[in-house]
Design a protein around this ligand. Structure first.
Ligand SMILES: Cc1cc2nc3c(=O)[nH]c(=O)nc-3n(C[C@H](O)[C@H](O)[C@H](O)COP(=O)(O)OP(=O)(O)OC[C@H]3O[C@@H](n4cnc5c(N)ncnc54)[C@H](O)[C@@H]3O)c2cc1C
Length: 503
């Protein structure tokens, strides 16, 4: 049997990035992916000749000199990416039911301050204080600033400060508070949980610069895979890892659902930590560790409406919309059946065939996994088609119609422009990504108990490491930093960060 230095389970962004880094440093690497398509949340799908993103709508920090630009340069993909910059004077637009104003986020801090102060002339001081604090928080995260950190985020400042309270400390103006928190769907913000650093790291990255992938985010996965292959590594699809095979305290091999086994000296799991531990037999890991990981709360999931528009009916827009039906922006996750959706976001794809009109819209609203429990025994991905039944179709149609009703109020005339729509639910994300509940962004961070949700790349098994969105931060930037943290366990953080900086 061929033996590898490192086997990576899962070809999500973090798994592929670990594959590039380690193969480039001479490790013999194999990436195992259960699906037909690599990329996890980077996957795209196509309907009616239109491409839809599933988990990457826009990316921050990609301008020359910015953090993600440098990481992607090091990973060897920056120069090949097809990107479009979002509107510098309004890449994100926050709106509220009953208020006609479109509150715009500008790119670049000076521009952000100018545009936001235009909306709130009396609040300029507070807006400046808000921006300064966001920048200060970000300065405290070494790898976010391309500096070595020893790979440990656990001792970093601002873990125990609330994002909501921080925003409230900048201004007493309720509307400005709501606008500054208005894109919190980006991190499933909750008033009594979200730490300031989560808000700051995400928002700063997008204010610095915001880009969309032309024809979808799967290009990132394809480019990373290309680099793994060029470095002599392998990526195997339809390879569903089921259990680890032990020799003493160390993992010797991973066994797939179809019985194939692959041996390696080291293993990295890009799968949710709790699901990873399901692959570890009893007695091989302390029960306290398993219990702790299993007890961690996951972020909410989503219902998504993928709309194919009639040709040449909706002028294309180069921004994202965050709309609130209810005024309390921190309460979206706690919606009830009666007031769903509390809020939703609207994105559009960027096509290489762009002709001034949008061909797609994606609308995303929170949805708890519990709403889909009735169908949880079904499983459905390309290649494993298992009808969930007509009651599921009715459920999805009902939800789609409610969401469309709200969208029609925000975007009058929208319904007439729709050619066809498709939907996804928490079960879709559960099945494609391999989580238990289709969680959007993985383990919830809570400023009141910051250490509880801190996940180290190291596990209690000496040759098993973790990577992916549950490590430090979700999102393209957070996962990329996480992959470097994981690979630092092999190569040293100082060494790797030097390579990143010099790329
Ligand atoms: C709806 C949505 C919208 C988002 N929008 C944005 C955005 O606009 N910008 C942004 O920066 N971030 C966004 N994110 C977050 C971002 O997509 C994720 O944080 C990131 O892609 C997660 O990467 P990951 O490395 O954790 O891998 P994941 O994407 O979680 O992938 C894990 C991989 O492991 C595979 N796998 C699972 N189990 C097994 C197994 N047993 N054997 C083999 N393979 C297995 C899965 O099939 C999958 O390919 C969004 C997320 C969602 C869900």
């Amino acid at each position: 049997m061929e033996k590898y230095d490192v086997i990576i389970i899962g070809s999500g962004l973090g798994g592929l990035e670990c594959g590039v880094i380690l193969s480039r440093e001479g490790y013999k690497v194999l990436v195992l992916e259960k699906n037909k398509q690599i990329g996890g949340n980077l996957q795209t799908f196509s309907r009616d000749k239109c491409i839809f993103d599933t988990g990457i709508h826009y990316i921050g920090g990609l301008e020359k000199g910015q953090n993600l630009y440098q990481y992607f340069k090091y990973l060897g993909i920056m120069d090949s990416l097809k990107l479009k910059k979002l509107d510098e004077n309004g890449f994100d637009i926050v709106t509220f039911e009953g208020d006609p104003t479109e509150y715009r986020y500008g790119q670049g801090y000076d521009n952000f301050i100018e545009i936001m102060s235009g909306h709130f002339p009396e609040e300029r001081e507070g807006i400046i204080a808000y921006c300064n604090k966001i920048k200060e928080v970000c300065r405290n995260f070494p790898m976010y600033n391309l500096n070595p950190s020893g790979g440990d985020w656990s001792n970093i400042a601002y873990h125990d400060v609330s994002a909501k309270e921080f925003i409230e400390s900048c201004t007493t103006n309720e509307k400005l508070r709501a606008v500054l928190a208005g894109t919190n769907l980006l991190y499933a913000g909750e008033g009594d949980k979200t730490p300031l650093y989560t808000h700051a790291l995400v928002i700063n990255s997008y204010i610095e610069s915001s880009y969309r992938c032309i024809d979808g985010g799967s290009q990132i996965a394809i480019l990373l895979q290309r680099n793994i292959l060029n470095n002599g590594g392998k990526v195997l699809k339809h390879a569903n890892a089921k259990k680890f095979v032990f020799e003493g305290d160390l993992i010797q091999a991973v066994e797939l659902e179809d019985g194939r086994r692959f041996e390696a000296d080291h293993f990295i799991s890009n799968v949710h930590p709790a699901v990873t531990l399901d692959m570890v037999e009893e007695g091989k890991i302390r029960n306290a560790y398993r219990k702790r990981i299993n007890s961690l709360e996951n972020s909410v999931s989503v219902f998504i409406l993928y709309i194919v528009l009639k040709k040449n009916t909706l002028e294309s827009f180069n921004c994202n919309y965050y709309h609130f039906v209810k005024p309390d922006v921190w309460e979206g996750v706690s919606y009830t059946q009666d007031n769903w959706p509390h809020n939703y976001a609207v994105f559009t794809g960027t096509s290489s065939k762009e002709n001034g009109y949008a061909d797609t819209l994606i609308s995303m609203a929170y949805m708890n996994y519990e709403e889909t429990k009735e169908w949880e025994r079904t499983f459905n991905t390309v290649g494993y088609e298992d009808e969930r039944g007509s009651s599921y179709e009715e459920f999805k149609n009902r939800k789609a119609e409610v969401l469309l009703e709200h969208m029609e109020k925000r975007f009058p005339g929208l319904r007439d422009k729709i050619y066809r729509y498709y939907t996804s639910t928490p079960l879709t994300y559960r099945d494609y990504i391999g989580t238990r509940d289709g969680s959007l962004y993985g383990i919830v961070k809570d400023y009141k108990d910051p250490m509880k949700s801190f996940i180290s790349a190291r596990t209690k098994i000496p040759n098993l490491l973790l990577t992916g969105q549950n490590l430090n931060m979700h999102g393209v930037l957070g996962v990329t930093i996480g992959a470097v943290v994981t690979c630092s366990e092999f190569l040293g953080n100082e060494y790797l960060m030097k390579k990143v900086k010099e790329a």
